[in-house]
Ligand binder design. Structure first.
Ligand code: ACO
Length: 337
């Protein structure tokens, strides 16, 4: 019988591309306005990867940042999970490319597709391996290169998304700390409301029509909005309940960064003040699977989130999927930038 460990995030890291695309830039590209974007979403600017920059490059940069803070190297890793809907290519997995670049010779490596819920899906999978004693250290990265699948002539989507990567090193932590509970879910009846049509087996690369809408991310914003508000609430309640906590125990809510109105509705229902909610979508937009780990890394490195704090992380997105976790923060890094 293997000994069960408490599992937590030992350190986090992030990478954001240098190029900034502001609302003023978008005003010159499509029929939109800074006022519309800010009032409907809360987004002011987002980062855009270089044309020749693959997701693996961003993932490796975020991973190195996290490994350094954890005092580990690639060789210490037993498992690499890359959560992304914008991998370098269909295969090999981006995780294998990252594994090679980190010199993580003994690590098993695979990609995970759960859109904006991907980081928490990945953290949940890695936790099971560490908890059971099969592995000791896992790297989970949320990385997205959404600019590569965004139509910059479609104002209803191009104002929303940005590129970036957030990484976490998971490992054993003191008993009673780290991840206390998870809730993962999916509702495939909403599969058509958020998708990239081309590039898979339905429309294989050899059949792609240049300029087709299938080549770009499609989203039915209203449907996803209603789903998001609902599951943010139910998933948060579920992880609190499973951890034996109530909303009054929450020190920080780290939500997926899709739209400030969605975050605001969760914040009000939970009775949380703004200083207890980690928000960065004004600077980065929606980075899908990278949003939560980047927000977490910023809040930890700024010294906002501290040892022993109770967190709820919650995300939702394509699939449709959702994922949440309640945590008691315990990391090896001391934070502060
Ligand atoms: N600038 C100006 N006007 C615009 C823009 C824009 N950028 N985009 C849309 N509009 C117009 C529409 O054309 C529409 O005009 P009409 O009334 O004349 O037809 C009007 O604004 C209202 O459009 P709605 O789509 O109803 O606007 P809404 O208030 O719903 O906001 C939004 C749209 C921001 C997309 C919102 O629905 C949303 O945030 N949805 C959730 C998205 C989300 O959470 N995604 C998460 C997952 S992402 C992933 O998994 C990769």
């Amino acid at each position: 019988m293997l000994k069960e460990h408490s599992v937590g995030i030992l350190a986090t890291g992030r990478y954001l591309p240098e190029r900034v695309l502001t609302n003023a830039d978008l005003e010159k590209m499509v029929d939109t306005s800074d006022e519309w974007i800010v009032t409907r979403t809360g987004i002011k600017e987002r980062r855009i990867a270089r044309d020749d920059q693959p997701s693996s490059e961003m993932a490796v940069a975020a991973a190195r940042n996290a490994l350094e803070k954890a005092g580990l190297t690639g060789e210490d890793l037993d498992l690499i999970i890359i959560a992304t809907v914008t991998p370098d290519m269909f295969f090999p997995s981006t995780a294998c490319i990252v594994q090679e670049q980190l010199g993580a010779k003994k690590a098993a490596a695979f990609d995970l597709s759960a859109a904006c819920s991907g980081f928490l899906y990945g953290a949940s999978v890695a936790t099971q391996f560490i908890k059971s004693g099969v592995y000791r250290y896992a790297l989970v990265v949320g990385v997205e290169n959404l600019s590569k699948i965004t139509n910059y002539e479609d104002r209803s989507t191009c104002v929303l998304f940005g590129d970036g990567a957030g990484a976490a090193i998971l490992g054993p932590v003191e008993d009673g700390k780290g991840f206390l509970s998870f809730d993962l879910g999916a509702d495939g009846t909403g599969a058509e409301s958020l998708k990239l049509g081309a590039g898979g087996s339905r429309i294989p690369p050899s059949k792609i029509q240049p300029g087709s809408p299938d080549n770009y991310l499609y989203m039915s914003g209203n449907e996803v909005f209603k789903f998001a508000v609902r599951v943010m609430n139910t998933a948060t309640d579920t992880v609190l309940d499973r951890a034996g906590l109530t909303k009054d125990d929450i020190d920080f809510l780290v939500p997926h960064q899709a739209n400030f109105r969605i975050i605001d509705s969760a914040m009000r229902r939970l009775g949380l003040s703004e200083d207890k909610v980690v928000v960065n979508l004004d600077r980065y937009g929606n980075m899908s699977s990278a949003s939560i780990p980047v927000a977490l890394d910023e809040a930890v490195s700024e010294g906002r989130i501290k040892e022993g704090d109770t967190l709820v992380l919650v995300g939702f997105g394509g699939g449709l999927t959702w994922a949440a976790s309640a945590m008691k923060w315990s990391s090896v890094e001391k934070g502060q930038e």
